[in-house]
Design a protein around this ligand. Structure first.
Ligand code: GCW
Length: 720
């Protein structure tokens, strides 16, 4: 073979460095660890002749494995591990208690290191320090260092103190024991109950790693529409096996507790929380759980909601129910997360008001180890809702946030929607309940309320598809949720930059247009689904596609017509004093913001007001015109997303690129479907001409109404 000439070699090197040659493996999520650019690689190599690990236990093992993966991938060099501190060129990883104080005296400000927090710091002689006061902190510091490397930080500049601002940072899986996932669009559940505990799917470890890398420290394995079987001995054995995999990654397990379990699996005749036998049954059950899983986190409960049993079946309150479970868990340091997602078909009151009305009177009644879990908005994970009025109003009870990462109402896993933008909007809202700057974020962190038990839950979008989330870009929603659970005041734009950099490249030509695409994607979906404050107008049961005509479901508040109230004269839900007055549940400053349709931000107009079709907006359009034009804008923005993505081809591996490209086509078609179905339905009601500037519907209304999807994913089989 001829030796290649120097110029040929030169050309090859040039080619290699100007193209992104690593291939993204969607299964690796944001932990791709692709090679650093040459100069930076050289610099980091001088800092990593060895990695010092100060101890030997399962946390240090996990850390060692992560350095092996990270440094091999990014520096193309497998690290050497050492139990000796070196004078130079070393990454030093140690808990505070394992560190010789001479190394950090005067250098680390331990006051700044909170629980589960960490410090990254460059020491002299090309050494890098990762330290913390507890094992989770050390693990998070390890990931943070590897992420900083991947994002192009130079080793000389590494200095970071960071601690989580929320204690419970959880995923909620709505996974059933038969492996279907309620509102899951990424395949079946990753929990293979049938083969557990003997077969441990390697994905369990990958799942734990990915969560730990973004600071998630707990997971609720089972659906809130609960099955009592999970609390039986054979299933507890399976849960124990999972707990064993998750433990080194700092992830605790929680389970959903079906309130009627004492009857279903305990043989009792009642589940009344004030009955002594019932209390005793739960005490015993909880002890049994802790025998299997000594660090079990506690229970999540959906009670007296959408048919789930609860304390109200016995004339008791939510506090009675929660406290009974809390009493059983307290001796083991377990907690109860009690959901506030309640509304009743017997109650004629505006559904948006019911949770507040049920929980406010029992604000001082909950046990110390109970936290109430509240959805971000008062209805149900719509593309846009105002923040839930319980935030700030419940002063005495700790409240945790529940976000939905799975896209039940935002296009399933075929629409590209970057959710951290939506989460940020809610977190940044000021509730004014504790004076100015009582933002939802500061209520969640406990800074505004003084609460010490704090939490955030995200309804998971994970399934057994190879890329975990169905839509490859929906990985950003899992990532971004975790980052916001860590610090609810992070900016969604910053998070987008991190995720793009970790997953693809830090090249500005890619990151800038893609950040803008991600950030804008949330508003686009609102525009083509539920503009101007419309809500809950999707298909019945499966929630797939538009269904503003839905008026046939058994309960009034399950029907679209309940929410839009459209007739010949106007549209919208009046939640002001002239209507349900749901607005009164907010602080006066918030009431002022929304009460007058002339000044109410147009994004919330029809959430709070019922208005005539010819209502004049500040921009001179009538409501009807604005509605049509906004639907059209939503559709046009999806076309723009496609154009942007087309320009990204050189940065993204082909299968990944093509997958997203096809999904964007689906999204575009479905955005037109939403516009056409909704506008033709409303046009049929008001008889007005379609607004100029809006492309008129392709088919008659009867066509859109005739579409049925009995096998749309994510629906409980019993709801078909
Ligand atoms: O959003 C609704 C969903 C139900 C879900 C419920 C809840 C788990 O349509 O599928 O049930 O909320 O949050 O409890």
């Amino acid at each position: 073979m001829r030796t290649p000439s120097l110029s040929l070699l030169f050309c090859l090197t040039l080619l290699l460095s100007s193209y992104n040659l690593f291939s993204q493996d969607p299964a690796k999520l944001w932990l791709q660890y692709y090679p650093l650019e040459e100069g930076l690689k050289e610099e980091f190599l001088t800092y990593s002749s060895s990695v010092f690990l100060a101890g030997e236990n399962s946390t240090y093992d996990v850390i060692a494995e992560e350095f092996r993966l990270g440094l091999t991938g990014m520096l193309n060099s497998e690290p050497e591990f050492s139990q000796q501190l070196a004078e130079s060129g070393q990454i030093v990883v140690a808990l505070r208690e394992d560190l010789p104080s001479s190394l950090t005296d005067g250098l680390v400000d331990w006051e700044q290191v909170g629980e589960e927090g960490y410090v990254l710091k460059t020491l002299g002689n090309n050494r890098l320090l990762v330290t913390a006061t507890d094992p989770n902190g050390l693990l998070y510091g390890t990931f943070a260092l590897l992420h900083q490397m991947q994002l192009g930080e130079s080793p000389d500049n590494i200095l970071k103190y960071d601690s989580p601002r929320v204690n419970l940072r959880l995923l909620n899986h709505w996974d059933n024991l038969d492996r279907t996932v309620e509102r899951g669009y990424a395949g079946f559940s990753i929990w293979n109950w049938h083969l557990l505990p003997d077969y441990l799917d390697p994905r369990y470890k990958e799942y734990a790693r990915a969560n730990a890398s973004i600071g998630i420290n707990g997971t609720v394995l089972t659906n809130v529409n609960a099955n009592a079987l999970i609390l039986t001995e054979p299933y507890l054995e399976k849960v124990k096996a999972l707990a064993g995999v998750f433990r080194p990654y700092g992830i605790k397990i929680y389970l959903t507790a079906r309130f009627s379990a004492p009857i279903e699996i305990g043989g009792l005749e009642t589940a009344d929380p004030l009955n002594a036998d019932v209390q005793q049954w739960w005490d015993g059950k909880v002890e049994e759980i802790y025998r299997h899983i000594p660090d079990f986190g506690g229970f999540l409960v959906k009670a007296n909601s959408e048919g789930q049993p609860g304390p109200q079946n016995y004339g008791r309150t939510h506090a009675d129910g929660a406290n009974m479970l809390a009493r059983s868990l307290a001796p083991h340091d377990g907690i109860v997360m009690w959901r506030a997602f309640v509304y009743s078909d017997e109650n004629p009151q505006d559904r948006a008001m019911q949770a507040y009305d049920q929980f406010m009177p029992i604000d001082d009644a909950f046990a110390e180890n109970v936290i109430v879990q509240v959805k971000n908005g008062p209805i149900d994970f719509q593309p846009r809702e105002p923040f839930h009025p319980m935030f700030g109003a419940m002063e005495k009870t700790p409240l945790m946030m529940e976000f939905q990462i799975t896209q039940e109402y935002l296009g399933f896993s075929s629409h590209l929607v970057y959710l951290p933008k939506m989460f940020e909007e809610v977190l940044q809202e000021d509730t004014y309940q504790f004076g100015e700057n009582s933002t939802v974020a500061r209520i969640i962190t406990g800074e505004a309320t003084g609460q010490r038990l704090t939490g955030m839950a995200g309804v998971s979008n994970i399934g057994n598809e190879e890329n975990w989330t169905g839509h490859p870009i929906a990985q950003a929603n899992w990532y971004g949720y975790g980052r916001l659970a860590w610090d609810p005041e992070l900016s969604s734009e910053e998070i987008a930059g991190e995720w793009l950099g970790l997953t693809f490249t830090t090249d500005k030509q890619f990151v800038e247009p893609m950040t803008s695409l991600l950030i804008r994607s949330r508003e686009s979906v609102v525009k083509y689904m539920t503009p101007l404050g419309l809500h809950h107008i999707m298909g019945a049961g499966h929630h797939y596609g538009p269904g503003p005509w839905v008026d046939f479901l058994g309960r009034p508040e399950w029907n679209s017509v309940y929410y839009h109230q459209a007739d010949q004269n106007g549209i919208g839900f009046d939640r002001t004093v002239t209507g349900s007055n749901a607005l009164k549940q907010y602080a006066p400053e918030v009431v002022e913001k929304f009460a007058d349709p002339a000044t109410c931000p147009k994004e919330y107009l029809l959430w709070f007001h019922h208005l005539p079709w010819d209502f004049q907006l500040n921009n001179g359009h009538t409501l009807w015109q604005e509605m049509g034009l906004t639907y059209q804008e939503g559709v046009d923005e999806v076309s723009e997303m496609i154009n942007t993505w087309e320009r990204m081809e050189e940065y993204v591996d082909e299968p990944f690129f093509l997958h997203v490209r096809s999904l964007l086509t689906i999204q575009h078609n479905e955005s037109i479907w939403w516009k056409d179905a909704c506008m033709s339905y409303f046009q049929d009601i008001n008889g007005l001409d379609y607004p100029e500037g809006m492309e008129t519907p392709e088919k008659p209304l009867s066509y859109y109404k005739s579409l049925i999807f009995p096998y749309a994913p994510g629906i409980q089989p019993s709801w078909r």
